[in-house]
Ligand binder design. Structure first.
Ligand code: SF4
Length: 341
């Protein structure tokens, strides 16, 4: 579907979803219509959205993520400051109908001390019409759940319609092996509590539990439902990672199965280069995938938030042009199995 159509379809599904969600507490029969809207919204996100990195600090050490290697570089690890937020808002105010994903390339949004305040400021912008959030839920304790529910309630236009939770397997051993921290029980309790509260309060946000698996593990939806959603909240969806993305510079892990490096035609620059990431340190990047910032490399960095955005976009065009006209690919894109035409 062309990007402009996808954008309109997604915007319409968001509007319908708000309409149905407001009536849902007294009209539970609207559930399939809300689920249909969730389905459409998730599939029409497009390639061009904004990745908003409130923090590049993480509380896990996932074996599928370059973060542990980045810790050994001179990269600055920090939370986004108010000054950066306000500069990003000024840039976003000049745009229209943008989708924002509160998803750091590395890091976890909930580690920012004012994550809900920052998110609310972004959600209130007219230029933003859809938003999602991705977190490992380690910090999603009862206090954070209340802050998240307050944020959802304040978002009367229903822009934040989907929440994504990243979890390692169905047991503590698998979680520890994949995330390198002992947080399985805490994460299960956190997600479960949030889901219970959403059901209790008649809210209808989409909860996507993304379960990472090791080589040889099999997905089990009934185990997932028993773990995360014993209250049968109707807007919980599961997905699984059995294979992982990599590129030529990526440190592979023996526990994981990776997507094969297929011989595909990559003469066209990757569509994800149209995404923009506003990094916690004020950097602006052309990316949005977990492997697009390799340790010690900044070839997809377009500039700083203070730079003129015409120059930022010229740099993006330069990266795309070098790829398509000179065959020069940025380092993270070399051998990347996440490439999208
Ligand atoms: S080729 Fe890979 S690293 Fe490069 S932008 Fe696309 S998905 Fe990201």
């Amino acid at each position: 579907m062309p990007a402009t159509w996808a954008d309109r379809v997604s915007g319409m599904a968001t509007d319908f979803r708000v309409f149905f969600s407001k009536r849902y507490p007294k009209n539970r029969w609207l559930r399939p219509l809300i689920s249909a809207c969730n389905f459409i919204i998730v599939r029409t996100n497009g390639d061009k959205f904004i990745e908003f990195e409130l923090s590049n600090i993480c509380n896990a050490r996932c074996v599928f993520c370059p973060y542990p290697d980045m810790l050994r570089t001179d990269k600055k690890f920090m939370h986004m400051q108010k000054e950066t937020l306000h500069k990003v808002k000024q840039v976003l105010q000049r745009k229209k109908r943008m989708m924002v994903s509160f998803t750091p390339t590395t890091g976890d949004t909930l580690l920012h001390p004012e994550w809900d305040v920052y998110m609310r400021e972004i959600l209130e912008l007219d230029a933003i019409n859809r938003a999602t959030m991705f977190t490992n839920a380690i910090e999603l304790d009862k206090d954070a759940c209340e802050r998240l529910i307050a944020l959802i309630k304040a978002d009367t236009k229903g822009k934040l319609s989907q929440l994504y939770f990243s979890v390692g397997g169905y047991d503590a051993q698998t979680y520890k092996a994949l995330y390198q921290v002992d947080r399985f029980d805490k994460v299960i309790a956190n997600i479960r509590y949030l889901i219970e509260q959403l059901k209790l309060r008649g809210l209808s946000i989409g909860i996507h539990v993304h379960i990472k698996l090791k080589t040889g593990d099999t997905e089990n939806l009934s185990t997932a439902e028993a773990l995360f959603n014993p209250v049968s909240y109707p807007f919980v969806y599961y997905s699984h990672s059995k294979q992982y993305f990599s590129n030529d510079g990526y440190t592979r892990n023996a526990l994981l199965q990776y997507y094969p490096s297929e011989e595909m035609d990559t003469c066209k620059a990757c569509a994800y280069l149209k995404k923009t990431r506003f990094a916690a340190d004020g950097g602006v990047w052309a990316d949005g995938c977990v492997i697009s910032e390799m340790p010690g490399d900044s070839s997809l960095k377009l500039g700083q938030i203070d730079d003129d955005f015409a120059i930022i976009e010229m740099r993006r065009e330069g990266i795309i042009s070098d790829w398509e006209n000179k065959g020069v690919k940025p380092l993270p894109c070399q051998g990347c199995t996440m490439y999208r035409a």
